[in-house]
Design a protein around this ligand. Structure first.
Ligand code: URA
Length: 233
């Protein structure tokens, strides 16, 4: 929460005093309601001055979204499918950090901080991404070890991975897999090399940042401590 006159000033509307005048004149609305002097604004609120939306373009936003399946991880989709941007209502040019497949759910970071986005996605930084996967059939220990050591996908060996079996029955294995590369459909392709199909895939963590109790489609702003943590990964 920030005081409205400070918010407006930070957005370049004018000095705080000028902003107070605009508020007193009834020219400012927050989420469609005429604002009063002394009002506060939530991050991501819809603020207008003379019915023109304004936003703090300088400010960096860091959002953790629980992406549901059925959404593409792009800003726009040529096929007209729903995108993750449809789920986040923040007046800034955000973009997703990395990619989750259309049918993958889980932790997705969105930001307008290009430096952090590059940092988190650059292979050199080897940032761990952890997924829970349900796969067809029983994953044997020999297969698990093969996958952990590295398998060829698209002619290139994958970097070492960690796999923890969570449960196994005749038809399925549930496991947690941690990789630090971000190749296209990597987890699915890795399991394909041992003849297994990924039936369900959810990213539960990036580094130590976990999805936690967010419901599908919900998002929250990262705390300063979390942002600092990501910047130092
Ligand atoms: N690996 C995949 O196969 N799909 C994802 O969405 C993420 C990692």
């Amino acid at each position: 929460m920030v005081r409205l006159n400070k918010y407006l000033a930070d957005c370049g509307v004018g000095s705080r005093r000028e902003c107070d005048r605009l508020i007193a004149d009834g020219a400012v609305k927050i989420n469609g309601r005429v604002a009063q002097l002394g009002d506060a604004v939530d991050e991501g609120a819809h603020v207008t001055v003379h019915d023109k939306r304004i936003g703090d373009k300088q400010k960096n936003y860091y959002i953790l979204l629980h992406k549901p399946k059925g959404y593409v991880t792009t800003v726009k989709d040529d096929l007209g499918r729903k995108t993750v941007m449809d789920l986040v209502h923040v007046n800034a040019r955000l973009y997703p950090v990395g990619r989750l497949d259309y049918d993958t759910e889980g932790l997705l970071i969105l930001t307008n901080d290009g430096d952090l986005a590059n940092r988190l996605t650059h292979p050199r930084n080897e940032i761990n991404k952890t997924y829970v996967a349900r796969i067809s059939g029983q994953l044997t220990d020999a297969e698990r070890i093969r996958l952990e050591k590295g398998v060829l996908i698209d002619g290139i060996k994958t970097a070492p991975a960690r796999i923890k079996i969570l449960s196994r029955d005749v038809h399925h294995t549930r496991c947690e897999i941690t990789i630090h590369e971000g190749r296209n459909r990597q987890v699915k392709k890795m399991f394909e090399t041992v003849g297994k199909e990924v039936e369900f895939l959810k990213r539960v963590a990036v580094g130590e940042l976990r999805l936690g109790g967010l419901k599908r489609g919900e998002y929250r702003f990262l705390t300063e401590i979390e942002v600092e943590y990501l910047k130092n990964l």
